[in-house]
Design a protein around this ligand. Sequence first.
Ligand SMILES: [Mg+2]
Length: 125
Amino acid sequence: MKTRKVLVVDDSKLLHRMFEMMLRGFPLVHAFDGREALDRLAEHKDVELILLDINMPRMNGLEFLTAVKAHPEFARIPVVIITTEGTEDDTERGMQAGAAAYVKKPFRNEELLGVINRLTASPAA
Ligand SMILES: [Mg+2]
């Protein structure tokens, strides 16, 4: 079952392309900053997991995460932080703010699927 909808939040178009290739078969929703991501969540109530960049314009990953965790409907959605070299402190802050996990770039496909499987109900075949 790969029907679980995943929201990708990153200001890098390249990262969105990479996730499209890695998560073939998953319905993906795309946002390029935190504010846009909040709009996408309001439209897609069935998002089951969020992959989150930290450094983004308008609203960064930590601000977005705080808003999600304070929201009555969105708070239950597991958030996985995508950690880039040099953002370890922010990742730590994100874990304290309620992120469920983080993956460090560069990561392998299996690693990412493992985290998704662990955090969502049904296994990704
Ligand atoms: Mg970024």
